[in-house]
Design a protein around this ligand. Structure first.
Ligand SMILES: [Zn+2]
Ligand SMILES: [Zn+2]
Length: 379
């Protein structure tokens, strides 16, 4: 007497957990017949739980099918011993009115996806295919909704002290934007970016995003920031006041690459870190030379905002390009490369890392001449 299925009594078949193959697979439920996925119709980000996840991938069909697969997998609950071996997806139906030109989506957004899920019972190795469908709903994500309605919670006005933003400033802003997008994993918080009055105005959908952006700008550039919240109305549903905050961000007068004088000393600004200026003390750099270090740390200091406030850029006529022509016991002879004349300086003023043939900057600061090796930053 052979085994028989406790469900239908069938004999001479493969058995899984006491059931024939047919009855076993009939008993396996857990794959939903239907799932729903939500996409933003403007930026095609995808709603996962309560979060909008930025679109990944160029082909919209694939992006939607991926999301449908992911949702089906999320809602599938299988008994022990059964696993998903694969899910195939295919666009069944398209939304006739809306297309996304140029990406091969065939002139209509995917509206219905056919899904085929392959299940495998591990012990017996038997497989079974189940069919599901995904319905795609298109809405506007929160930031895109703000863009469409022209709504924003915060505005960041980027300006520079005493100049209109130039290529160098714009480059810095661009770098901070890159970092910001990386930090916010591509969430589309920026409603609008516009050049305005020699600066840049950036509108943000949420205050938190603006705050983060401002903090990143400040740390990278040493900018000063002031904020002013303003009541712009009342929420019709809740009756609560609605605020809009404007951040005024001012890039400092003095910036990377500038040679400055602060408290009678000459410094080169290397950049800003956490709002402080990172500088090189040029006199000290020359005095230390390359002795006792890798060269990079020579004379490196940070100057806090209050020290920078009284610092001045060293006027161009007080910076001369020179070349070391000769070196003697007590004097070194320099050639002024602009004026083409020679001058002598006491040997101890010659930086340790400068030799005959090297060019440098001779800076007159605090009544002294400070010589600094010109390519000092690349050593
Ligand atoms: Zn059976
Ligand atoms: Zn969107």
């Amino acid at each position: 007497m052979g085994r028989f299925c406790v469900q239908c009594g069938a004999e001479d078949r493969r058995f899984i957990h006491g059931l024939c193959e047919g009855c076993y697979w009939k008993s396996v439920e857990g794959t939903p017949r239907e799932v729903g996925v939500v996409f933003c119709r403007a930026c095609f980000s995808h709603l996962r739980g309560k979060r909008w996840v930025a679109r990944r991938g160029r082909d919209l069909d694939e992006v939607v099918i991926d999301a449908a697969r992911e949702e089906l997998l999320r809602q599938t609950e299988l008994p022990e011993g059964v696993e998903v071996a694969g899910i195939r997806g295919e666009v069944l139906e398209r939304n006739p009115n809306r297309g996304e030109g140029g990406d091969g989506s065939g002139g209509g957004l995917p509206a219905r996806i056919a899904l085929t899920i392959t299940l495998r019972e591990r012990e017996s190795g038997t497989i079974r295919e189940e069919r599901s469908e995904a319905y795609v709903d298109y809405r506007l994500c929160q930031p895109c909704g703000c863009v469409v309605r022209g709504r924003y919670d915060a505005m960041v006005q980027i300006r520079a002290e005493g100049r209109i933003l130039d290529a160098k400033d714009n480059g810095l802003v661009g770098k901070v934007f890159d970092d910001f997008y990386r930090e916010t994993s591509g969430r589309q918080e920026v409603v609008e970016v516009k050049e305005h009055e020699g600066g840049i105005d950036v509108k943000f959908a949420s205050l938190n995003a603006a705050r983060l952006f401002v903090k990143m700008l400040q740390e990278a550039t040493g900018a000063s920031v002031s904020d002013s919240p303003k009541i712009v109305g009342t929420d019709k549903r809740t009756g609560a006041r609605v605020y809009r905050t404007t951040y005024a961000v001012r890039f400092p007068r003095l910036r990377e690459g500038d040679i400055i004088e602060a408290e009678g000393r000459a410094y080169l600004i290397l950049g800003y870190h956490r709002g402080n200026a990172v500088v090189r003390d040029l006199e000290e750099a020359g005095r230390l030379g390359t002795v006792g270090g890798t060269g990079r740390g020579r004379g490196r200091k940070t100057l806090p905002p209050h020290a920078m406030a009284s610092a001045e850029k060293v006027a161009a006529e007080r910076v001369r390009r020179v070349r070391v022509e000769a070196k003697a016991e007590t004097f070194a002879t320099l050639l002024d490369l602009t004026g083409k004349y020679f001058l002598d300086i006491p040997s101890e003023r010659l930086p340790l890392d400068m030799d005959v043939g090297d060019t440098g900057l001779l800076i007159s600061v605090g009544g002294r001449e400070v010589l600094y090796r010109e390519d000092g930053e690349r050593r």
